[in-house]
Design a protein around this ligand. Structure first.
Ligand code: ADP
Length: 512
């Protein structure tokens, strides 16, 4: 409670100061300000600390408008609009699962469309409506006020809000040699270009587009920090210069000039934000690739090491002076070797599938198949691993289990489900039930092992997704993804019911 009151008071103070500043900057009809950073503060505060802070916005807006000479009714109307704007913007961003680090293009799009365009329309229309009702504006004047209001608020969401969101979310910035020196140089260049463009009554650098290369430089090298930092610096210089009657955007009145600057800065901010998020997406892809390569190398090395130990051991025995290994010993060693080779082959097959499946649909070679045969063959392949894990197996087949399917692909699916049941089944019994469901056939694979948390049950069917620690269980997290793709290619579906500690049941439905 105390925190909420303090939060509201802090927001009230910040809102009041920024709004006062906005009203002094060429507000149309005294109230419709083309520069309105308060919108950005309000949006961020409500998004990060909860909608409960709305009284801070309301009180700030009410106070500043009364102070500027609005009647009580007008001030209340405007304050309602400003408050609704922050509430609607913040709520919409929440619905869109917006993340404040702007590391995905979706987040930038959400900010632009939901906050900067939609939520600000609420404030602009209610605000100008209040001015119309109290006859502060009329006719053409209302249109000018609406335009200034909307653009001013939108820029608060596009320039001020992202800078605060990023400062709050603090996305990761990779260190590199010279990172600070380059940032200083960048700031000097941005500041210098800004002053050259916006600080001269007339100069050869009047083209504001000169700002774009340094903005791109900032976003490319410093992600969203660079993008929003440089937008903030150039925006401050542009507004200050224009307010002093300098630079390329000077028009007849201050509000007209500021509107021109703001539209330009809005485009610059959107460009920089999109660039910054694209850079973040690229970096994430690179990180994922590096991580995957190291996992893949590790996964492949484990069976290879065991394999080489087996063969070396056997060779030593054969070459040594002691009695050569018996037939039974050799057979045992070779069986183990064969198992390791099978595991390596499966891993490599999974890796090959990634590029094969990701790039296109799965090609099926359909023929008449009996599911019971597929299941029996899979089980025979896993006879030894199942026995080693101590899992008893039960297979039941009821009714007609024939259909037109791709047998090799189905084996892949069943192999994967059985291999998971062995791996995650904690040595408890594994049951496989095949059922005739009329136009469909059903495969159920049930184990009584570690189970899967509810929150992970969807995710594990995606590529590389796993719900276990890498140290305890090896694997790429590809098996279920491949299985799902194969089943979907057959027009079927795979379902899962599971609870941690009690086991998992996978059910595959295959239309015949
Ligand atoms: P991998 O087994 O190589 O990790 P999968 O795609 O086959 O890849 O499985 C993805 C994840 O789903 C596993 O990492 C594990 O967390 C979970 N999982 C799959 N099958 C089971 C099961 N029978 N019991 C518990 N967890 C399972």
């Amino acid at each position: 409670m105390r925190r909420a009151v303090l939060g509201c008071m802090a927001l009230f103070a910040a809102y009041f100061v920024l709004a006062r500043f906005g009203l002094l900057m060429g507000a149309v009809a005294g109230f419709a300000a083309p520069v309105w950073p308060a919108t950005g503060i309000a949006l961020v505060a409500l998004r990060m600390f909860g909608l409960g802070l709305w009284p801070g916005v309301f009180a700030g807006a009410l106070a500043v408008n009364l102070h500027a000479g609005a009647s009580i009714l007008t001030a209340v109307g405007i304050a309602c609009g400003n408050t609704l704007e922050a509430v609607v913007g913040s709520w919409l961003l929440g619905r869109a699962r917006f993340h404040p680090a702007f590391e995905r293009i979706e987040d930038v799009m959400a900010l632009i469309v939901l906050a900067a365009l939609c939520s600000t329309a609420v404030s602009a229309s209610i605000g100008v409506g209040s001015l119309l009702l109290s006859a502060v504006v009329h006719g053409e004047g209302a249109f000018d006020a609406l335009r200034a209001w909307w653009i001013g608020d939108a820029l608060g969401d596009l320039v001020v809000a992202p800078a605060l969101f990023i400062a709050w979310a603090r996305p990761r910035l990779r260190g590199r040699p010279g990172i600070v020196a380059e940032a200083v140089l960048l700031a000097i260049v941005i500041g210098g270009v800004g002053v050259l463009v916006f600080g001269h009554p007339s100069s050869f650098l009047r083209h504001p587009f000169i700002l774009f290369p340094p903005l791109a430089w900032a976003a490319l090298r410093y992600g969203q920090y660079g993008a929003m930092g440089s937008v903030l610096i150039s925006s401050a210089i542009a507004i200050a210069g224009t307010a002093m009657g300098l630079g390329p955007f000077v028009e007849r009145t201050l509000s007209d000039s500021l509107l021109q600057v703001q539209v330009f800065m809005g485009i610059a901010a959107v460009t920089a934000l999109l660039l910054g998020s694209a850079i973040a997406e690229r970096n994430r892809a690179i990180d994922a690739r590096d991580e995957f390569l190291s996992i893949a190398a590790h996964e492949l090395r484990t069976p290879l090491t065991a394999l080489s130990l087996h063969t070396q051991g056997l060779l030593r025995q054969l070459r040594g002076t002691a009695a050569p290994p018996s037939r039974a010993e050799i057979e045992e060693r070779l069986t183990a070797t064969g198992r390791l080779l099978a595991r390596l082959t499966r891993l490599i097959e999974e890796l090959l599938e990634v590029s094969r499946i990701a790039t296109g649909a799965i090609e099926l070679r359909r023929e008449a198949v009996d599911l019971a045969d597929v299941a029996r063959e899979s089980l025979s392949r896993f006879e030894v691993p199942l026995a080693e894990a101590g899992c008893k197996v039960e297979l039941t087949a009821e009714g007609d289990l024939h259909g037109q399917w791709d047998p090799a692909r189905l084996e892949q699916v069943v192999d994967n489900l059985i291999s998971n049941a062995v791996k995650y089944g904690a040595g408890k019994p594994v049951e496989i039930h095949l059922r005739d469901r009329g136009d469909r056939a059903e495969i159920e694979v049930r184990d009584h092992g570690i189970g899967i948390e509810h929150g992970d049950q969807q995710r594990i069917f995606e590529r590389f997704e796993r719900a276990v620690s890498r140290r305890r269980f090896g694997g790429f997290g590809l098996g279920l993804w491949i299985a799902r793709r194969v089943i979907e290619a057959h027009g079927g579906a795979i379902r899962l019911t599971s609870a941690p500690g009690t086991g998992s049941t996978f059910i595959v439905e295959l239309p015949r």
